[in-house]
Design a binder for this molecule. Structure first.
Ligand code: FES
Length: 131
C-alpha cells in the first residue's frame, strides 16, 4: 500500500509534536486508543480567554497515517474556536490525506482525540472553584 505524499510529508516532518502542561486550566488533553490496532494518540489544546485554540500538540504511538492525521489536525486546530474544532470530521482528515479505506480508522482516532481534548478542557472549566 502506498502512502500519499501528504502522509509522508507529515510523517517525516510532523508538526507540533510535544507536550503542554496537562494541569494548566487552559489546557485540554485527549488520550484515545484504537482497539483495532492498539495505536494510541494524545492530543492537547491550549485555549485563550476568547475561547480560541492558540496551541495544539500531539504525541502518537501508531502508524504513519495516525501520525499524519494528528499532525494535520494540530495545524487545523490553531486559530479555531472550540465549536469549530468540534466540527472537524474524520472524513475531512481522510480526504485531505487521501487515506485508503483500511486507514480510515486512523483519522477516526484523530477526530476522537479532538473531542476528548475539548471535553477535558470543558470539564476543567466547569468545575466549581476550590474553596
Ligand atoms: Fe491503527 Fe493507523 S493502523 S491508527
Amino acid at each position: 500500500m502506498a502512502y500519499s505524499e501528504k502522509v509522508i510529508d507529515h510523517y517525516e516532518n510532523p508538526r507540533n509534536v510535544g507536550v503542554l502542561d496537562k494541569n494548566a486550566d487552559n489546557v485540554g488533553t485527549g488520550m484515545v486508543g484504537a482497539p483495532a490496532c492498539g495505536d494510541v494518540m494524545r492530543l492537547q489544546i491550549q485555549v485563550n480567554d476568547a475561547g480560541v485554540i492558540e496551541e495544539a500538540r500531539f504525541k502518537t504511538y501508531g502508524c504513519g497515517s495516525a501520525i499524519a492525521s494528528s499532525s494535520l489536525v494540530t495545524e487545523w486546530l490553531k486559530g479555531k474556536t472550540l465549536d469549530e474544532a468540534q466540527a472537524i470530521k474524520n472524513i475531512d482528515i481522510a480526504q485531505e490525506l487521501a487515506l485508503p479505506p483500511v486507514k480510515v480508522h486512523c483519522s477516526v482516532l484523530a477526530e476522537d482525540a479532538i473531542k476528548a481534548a475539548i471535553d477535558d478542557y470543558r470539564n476543567k472549566r466547569n468545575k466549581p472553584e476550590q474553596a
